[in-house]
Design a protein around this ligand. Sequence first.
Ligand SMILES: Cc1cc2nc3c(=O)[nH]c(=O)nc-3n(C[C@H](O)[C@H](O)[C@H](O)COP(=O)(O)OP(=O)(O)OC[C@H]3O[C@@H](n4cnc5c(N)ncnc54)[C@H](O)[C@@H]3O)c2cc1C
Length: 293
Amino acid sequence: MTVAAWGTRGEPMAKHTSLRIGGPADVFVRVTSEDDLRGAVAVARQHELPVFVLGGGTNLLVADRGIRGVVIENAWSEDAVDGDTITAASGTALAHVAAAAARSGIEGLEWMATVPGTVGGAVHGNAGAFGSEAAAELIDAELMDLNGDSWTAANADLGFAYRTSALQGTPVIVVRARFRGRRGDRAAAVRRIKEIANERAAKQPLAQPNTGSIFRNPSGDFAGRLIEAAGLKGRRLGGAMVSAKHANFIVNTGTASAADVRELLRLCQREVKERFGVDLVPEVEMVGDWSAP
Ligand SMILES: Cc1cc2nc3c(=O)[nH]c(=O)nc-3n(C[C@H](O)[C@H](O)[C@H](O)COP(=O)(O)OP(=O)(O)OC[C@H]3O[C@@H](n4cnc5c(N)ncnc54)[C@H](O)[C@@H]3O)c2cc1C
């Protein structure tokens, strides 16, 4: 297939990120099956184009100049329950995994219901909430490189640590993942999902475009507490604002550019470092073409 007959040119990434920010992708392709995913990687390889796999776009700050090469939006959703395990395609919403597990009487995966994004993004960044994380539930994952070669990696081979994995900074793609819960009570699992969803809605600024926690929590402390103590809650820079509801969230008030968010993020880092000597490490991933115009 030729690139000209393939994908969409110049698709604004702002339409595909939870922050509603991000410039154009050179080529944008949405895939809904394993064959599509593998096919898209093969076409990109054939044309020697860089590949960026997009999940839900919920942990990304995409540059205003966009992303060079091919963005593959992974909308391949599929799951299968077997006893206390659930296998999910990498484009499956994590919330869907939680719901499917609960419906099948599997407990322990309820926290996934409140983390936006896909299975692939969650494995890549070791997403977690309410005292658990992907690393705690993952049995193994099928991976693929840009040559299309696949292999299965056990949990221990994925280099998981707090909000990170060995996949970060590599072009390796998660194809599918297998999680283990425990056989339990369907009604209890469904109830627990409702409880944590309510708890989350009360604490986080879910009404304004955001990307979840901007920084990882430093050991023994909370990034939000430090940012608030530095007097930055509600601070605006261009169209970006440190949320007045939760200081570890930067929200897009409607007109924010990626540059605004990056500057505000750096301001938080500088002030927290000056006042408390703590280096805040971004949890959000800055991707795309950040070169000066
Ligand atoms: C309101 C809100 C609340 C949030 N709460 C939490 C929370 O409680 N806990 C938490 O951990 N996070 C939270 N987040 C952040 C985000 O939801 C997670 O980081 C999520 O796992 C990102 O998944 P995604 O599919 O959206 O990935 P994307 O943002 O699309 O991509 C993130 C990275 O993962 C890579 N990636 C995506 N799919 C694949 C794949 N198939 N193979 C390889 N790499 C892939 C991308 O290339 C990129 O590098 C929150 C975000 C929002 C907006």
